[in-house]
Design a protein around this ligand. Structure first.
Ligand SMILES: [Zn+2]
Length: 320
């Protein structure tokens, strides 16, 4: 490429843009990751003013006549930007949307999608729809509003319209999906979505890469760990997409998060047997988790995760 060509290429990129821009986090666009599957890998941080509440992994499956979207993002405004990028990938209409769980950072952008495509069907786990309507949406609205200040236009919520349950198989535009619902893992509303045609598994927030989840009261760290043990034992699929962080093959995506959950569980089982409190052994646990020191939020989440898994172990022991 000579200088004149390079100049024009740069001009085209500047004028038409490459992805949407998000301050220090850079530009975001969809990339084709596997067959007819595209992902926009969001910034791996907690919601804040600078990321405008965008920090998940919206994805697209391109069918013959239309598009299927997974977790379009965390608010209406982000949804509009994600939508513009979807249109850059394909101008086919959005026929369906999947939401992986009740946390608003994944589904509040439904609003922008259905505004443009009112016929799009939104699928989620049956419990997700119930809980979102019963107060979880409002709770997440307040959390994200406080952290990002970017919720304008997000209400009235575009709730999922079709309930799915464990084991359901559905075909949309010739693309086959099988869903699974663990009783409690990242939350009690999770939906893992297998796209059969491409051999891709959408893990929702049951797996993150480069940051940690907040295990809320409805979650189960032990349940999350068991789910991932199962996934590691199954026949390997071609591609894995976490709720946050870079997608790829199973060993790179699922394994690190599982190892983290295994380590904290093992350590808290030992602490429980030794009758010591989590905070008394936190330094020992930290020394085993050195490979995660660059993951976002480990400093303030580890203590809470240890308390949570300790309580679960205690409860399990009381019940037996
Ligand atoms: Zn979540």
């Amino acid at each position: 490429m000579n200088n004149i060509h390079r100049y024009w290429l740069i001009l085209v990129i500047v004028v038409y843009g490459y992805g949407f821009e998000l301050g220090k986090y850079g530009n975001f666009a969809f990339e084709r990751v596997h067959k007819n599957v595209y992902v926009m890998h969001g910034p791996v941080t907690e919601p804040n003013k600078e990321n405008e509440g965008f920090m998940n992994n919206p994805a697209i499956i391109e069918g013959k006549h239309g598009l299927i979207v997974v977790d379009p993002g965390g608010n209406y405004r982000v949804g509009k930007k994600v939508l513009a990028e979807i249109i850059n990938v394909s101008q086919k209409p959005i026929m369906a949307i999947f939401n992986t769980h009740k946390h608003g950072d994944h589904w509040f952008a439904n609003k922008a999608m259905v505004e443009a495509y009112p016929h799009a069907v939104i699928y989620a786990d049956e419990h997700m729809i119930e809980e979102a309507k019963a107060g979880e949406a409002e709770k997440w609205y307040r959390i994200l509003d406080r952290m990002t200040g970017n919720l304008e236009g997000t209400k009235a919520f575009a709730y999922p319209t079709k309930a799915l349950k464990m084991g359901d198989r559905i075909e949309i535009d010739g693309e086959m999906f099988v869903v699974r619902h663990p009783k409690a893992a990242h939350t009690d509303t999770d939906l893992l979505i297998e796209h059969v045609n491409s051999g891709t598994l959408f893990l929702g927030d049951n797996v993150m890469v480069g940051r940690f989840g907040a295990f809320d009261a409805s979650s189960s760290i032990l349940g999350n760990k068991e789910l991932l043990e199962e996934i590691m034992q199954e026949k390997e699929m071609a591609y894995y997409i976490p709720g946050h962080g870079i997608s790829g093959e199973r060993g790179r995506v699922v394994e690190p998060y599982l190892t983290y959950l295994r380590t904290i569980t093992e350590e808290m089982k030992r602490a429980y047997v030794d009758e010591v409190e989590p905070y008394e052994v936190i330094d020992r646990v930290k020394s085993r988790l050195k490979v995660y020191e660059n993951w976002d939020g480990i400093g303030h989440t580890l203590g809470r995760h240890l308390d949570k898994v300790y309580a679960e172990i205690e409860e399990q022991d009381d019940a037996s």
